[in-house]
Design a protein around this ligand. Structure first.
Ligand code: NAI
Ligand code: AKG
Length: 387
């Protein structure tokens, strides 16, 4: 039996991809072969010796110490794009909530007292306080044109907005999907300075922490709306609060509550709801469960954030999955160890990504324990699995 430890609420549709006759899946389990999670923080959590794979049922992996898993030869999988539509829809909702002062207006309406005539009179007298502005004709800046950013940009153009984007690492796939009416900003500052709405769709990492800082907020247009459905640390919260207090920003719409933001009248704070739709939760869980299963059962790697894609159709016999540091002479040493044991390689695939490499080797006979130990002992080998 393969054991899968789950954290968070993983959609049943995904868990069902792990058949119960082969998998034990539980939120408390000893010696797990794999971990499935959403936003649970794995930083500081010791990596169980038994873990061979981690699956993030979502996009962001900043809650996982990916580099530590890489050093152990453990691939971390995510579900690219699987929740992007859900986030896109909430971002559009966020722009409308801010532009039309919907939350304040709703709060006001819910506390109205008296009969229908009295309510009608109060409403007509007071509604000017909540008058807003329209999205059509306004300018939206999209920082990060990946799965979510592209969808937000395209949706906003169809609402009549002028859209600019900035993404120095734009992939060919994203470029193909992006509406041709989305303008290309020359830099982050160029983007930020010219927009009525700025929405962030970049991962949180060392390059993006506090990307939206006091200096950048100061070059935003007066009355602009900032939307953050990416991660808390990308925005410098105290500087945003100052800008809201001074009226420089009209509103801050974000998916990441903090004590200070929660009590600010111009901050529209949601409880990390971007991916919380039935569809997104299912898509993410199914995608990542399938990837983790294919890795556990066949050693194949697809949609890993730290390992290359390595997929080899299965031949008869035994398969070895070997992770190693991406340094010269590794494949030679590994195949040499197999040759020394008189083992014949049927098929072999090796790929590298950054500091790691991964090799699948199919053989027609069992590999003796001493040969496996020899391979495990080669300097630079991170993990060896017989599959
Ligand atoms: N609120 C929520 O529930 C959710 C939040 N997210 C957050 O949104 C982020 C983006 O998600 P996806 O679009 O699916 O990821 P993605 O990987 O498809 O897109 C990220 C894009 O950001 C770009 N990028 C990276 N660094 C950049 C920089 N310094 N400046 C400009 N662009 C940069 C990349 O080139 C890539 O195109 C995730 O990393 C996650 O933190 C994702 C899903 C749900
Ligand atoms: O699982 C969730 O609800 C969070 C989704 C998210 O933040 C992500 O996919 O990066």
């Amino acid at each position: 039996m393969l054991k899968v430890l789950t954290y968070d609420n993983i959609s049943v549709a995904g868990l069902e991809r792990l058949p119960r006759d082969r998998y034990e899946v539980a939120s408390e389990i000893q010696h797990p072969d794999a971990i499935l999670l959403r936003s649970h923080n794995l930083h500081g959590v010791p990596i169980p010796e038994s873990v061979k794979a981690v699956g993030r049922a979502g996009a962001g992996v900043n809650n996982i110490p990916v580099a530590e898993y890489s050093k152990r030869g453990v691939p971390v999988f995510n579900a690219p794009g699987a929740n992007a539509n859900a986030v896109k829809e909430l971002v559009i909702a966020g722009m409308l909530l801010a532009a039309r002062n919907i939350c304040e207006a709703w709060d006001y309406a819910r506390q109205l007292e008296g009969g229908d005539d009295a309510i009608h009179r109060q409403v007509e007298k007071t509604k000017k306080k909540f008058a807003g502005f329209e999205l059509a004709g306004k300018t939206l800046g999209v920082l990060g044109l990946g799965a979510i950013g592209v969808r937000v940009a395209n949706a906003a153009t169809s609402l009549g907005m002028h859209v600019s984007g900035y993404d120095p690492l734009l992939t060919v796939e994203s470029a193909w999907q992006l509406s041709s009416s989305v303008a290309r900003a020359a830099s982050i500052d160029d983007l930020i300075a010219k927009v009525d709405f700025l929405t962030l769709h970049v991962p949180l990492n060392d390059q993006t922490r506090h990307l939206v800082n006091g200096a950048r907020i100061s070059i935003m247009r007066k009355g602009a709306v900032l939307l953050n459905f990416s991660r808390a640390g990308i925005v410098d919260d105290p500087r945003v609060i100052e800008a809201l207090d001074s009226g420089h920003l009209h509103a801050y719409v974000c998916d990441f509550p903090s004590r200070a933001m929660l009590s600010h009248p111009r901050a529209l704070v949601l409880p990390h709801l971007g991916a919380s739709t039935v569809e997104a939760e299912e898509n993410c869980a199914v995608l990542v469960a399938d990837r983790v299963r294919d890795f556990l059962e066949n050693g194949n790697i697809r949609y890993s954030v730290n390992f290359p894609d390595v997929v080899m159709s299965r031949t008869e016999g035994v398969r070895l999955g070997i992770a190693n540091e991406n340094v010269p002479k590794m494949v030679g040493q590994i195949s040499g160890a197999l040759a020394d044991a008189n083992l014949n390689i049927l098929d072999l695939l090796n790929k590298s990504r950054g500091e790691v490499a991964y090799t699948l080797i199919d053989l027609n006979t069992e590999v003796p324990a001493e040969t496996l130990n020899h391979i495990r002992g080669i300097k630079g080998v991170l993990s060896v699995r017989v599959i």
